[in-house]
Design a protein around this ligand. Structure first.
Ligand code: F0G
Length: 454
């Protein structure tokens, strides 16, 4: 068996502490049993997300020092635009402060009341922006994608037959664009195949509908395409990227995940689309050459996009995740398979089969894991959904606890500690009960909501 190997060395460190269990109990209660409300000082291993917490390289830090600060037309912008064009082949680039800001601009430009947006799977902020503008999200994930345990290599694939039927039924009048999400987040960081994207593009062209790619988790998807798709085995990461990009009319991404630790971008090769979105950048984000980002962030993204084309860099996260998944499978801990990107996803529904979905098993598991190990994961289940128009609970198709692996942040021994704590918790799972809201915000309730044990 091969151990994952870190292809970098650590040259700046941040001290961690593991507070005693009595303190953890108190902190979790103060945080309303919501891991979003914990203070980082009380957390030992922060596996909440890979967003904004990836490690920077020496080259990124160096680039940040030469940032060109000017309101308009800075060299920093020119460098970032050049890198985006080099990698994606898209000549028009709009900067935004993060991924959801791109989603705001896309939704305001293309979504009208009654619009339907088909996608392989929703992401929380994406859906919120589409709904806010009067649109409806229709998820057309390949049926295998919702099987928590599976051997299907591309669980992020679109069900192309269902997409075709919807396009025939609703047409371009109702459907402004089709959205594909790389490294599909909420089903466990699962990739689509290049072959599937080609089929989706073919349907989009036939029906005159745009194809929008959410590339926030592109690096994981690239890694899996190279590993799992026969045709691409000998291709460079750059070549796969360009192939994906050429199929997409618009690409947007959260640079907090792709390339760096902050920022966001929209790019396209079509000037008409660029022009239709451009004023919203100046309205909501900032002038067109910074869009709410600092020039230092932009320099870091420019270098980070090169890292994103480096196999050593993009393979490490998935390799750590695969290691965790294999260890969990050996000891009977239920996890999402095959191993995806972004993080290791525990199947909270099976882990806590005595906790009904209405009592938020994934949220309960997140709180429990903090108590036993000072580890902060993120609920990705019913808590992360929104109630429907009548105020009824919308049960999530999966109840997951995500243990994110920020890029180049944790060592293998820390990962082994997490495995040990999760295994202990699984052996003692009868100790864990459900949760109920004591304070429930209307939108994106998982961020601020407070809960108590039942
Ligand atoms: N799209 C995807 C696929 C994402 O994973 C995220 C963020 C966004 C869009 C929004 O980007 O945070 O920069 O505004 N995902 C983070 C996560 C929040 O933890 O999974 P953002």
């Amino acid at each position: 068996e091969t151990l994952p190997l870190e292809m970098h060395k650590v040259r700046i460190v941040q001290k961690l502490q593991l507070p005693p269990v009595e303190d953890r109990l108190q902190r979790m209660a103060e945080a309303g049993n919501n891991t979003f409300l914990l203070n980082n000082r009380d957390v030992f291993l922060d596996m909440l997300t890979d967003s904004g917490v990836n490690a920077m390289s020496d080259l990124q830090l160096a680039a940040m020092m030469r940032a060109d600060d000017s309101y308009a037309g800075s060299e920093t912008f020119t460098r970032m635009a050049g890198k985006i064009e080099e990698i994606f082949g898209k000549e028009f680039f709009l900067p935004a402060h993060q991924g959801r800001a791109c989603e705001n601009i896309l939704a305001k430009t293309f979504v009208k009341p009654g619009s339907i947006i088909p996608m392989n799977f929703h992401f929380t902020t994406t859906k919120a922006h589409i709904v806010l503008n009067g649109g409806e999200v229709v998820e057309l994930l390949h049926p295998e994608g919702l099987q928590v345990e599976s051997t299907f290599p591309f669980k992020g694939n679109m069900d192309v037959e269902a997409l075709e039927a919807l396009l025939v039924e609703k047409g371009r009048e109702k459907i402004p664009f089709v959205r594909m999400e790389a490294g599909t987040n909420l089903i466990g960081g699962q990739p689509f195949s290049l072959e599937n994207l080609r089929l989706v593009k073919g349907l989009c062209v036939r029906h005159g509908v745009l194809l929008v790619l959410d590339a926030s988790l592109l690096t994981d998807n690239l890694h899996f395409i190279k590993e799992r798709e026969e045709e691409c085995r000998d291709w460079s990461i750059r070549r796969i990227t360009r192939e994906i990009s050429d199929l997409s009319d618009i690409i947007y991404f959260s640079a907090r995940k792709l390339g760096s630790a902050k920022g966001g971008a929209i790019c396209t090769h079509r000037e008409d689309l660029f022009r239709s979105m451009r004023e919203l950048v100046t309205l909501y984000e900032g002038f067109l050459t910074y869009g709410g980002m600092s020039v230092r962030e932009m320099e870091a993204i420019t270098v980070g996009l090169d890292d994103a084309m480096d196999e050593d860099f993009i393979g490490q996260g998935p390799q750590f995740i695969e290691f965790m998944v294999k260890e969990f499978q050996k000891s009977g801990v239920p996890v999402v398979t095959p191993a995806g990107g972004l993080g290791c996803h525990l199947n909270a529904r099976a882990f806590l089969d005595h906790v009904p979905q209405a009592e938020y098993p994934a949220g309960a598991l997140a709180a429990a894991l903090y108590l036993v190990g000072g580890i902060r994961g993120m609920e990705r289940g019913t808590l992360s959904e929104q109630r429907d128009a009548e105020g009824r609970e919308v049960f999530s198709s999966m109840e997951l606890l995500r243990l994110a692996i920020p890029r180049r942040v944790f060592t293998l021994s820390q990962v082994k500690f997490v495995i040990d704590r999760v295994q202990w918790l699984h052996a003692n799972r009868h100790l864990i009960g459900g949760l109920r809201f004591v304070e429930e915000p209307k939108t994106l309730r998982f961020f601020f909501g407070r809960l108590e044990p039942l």
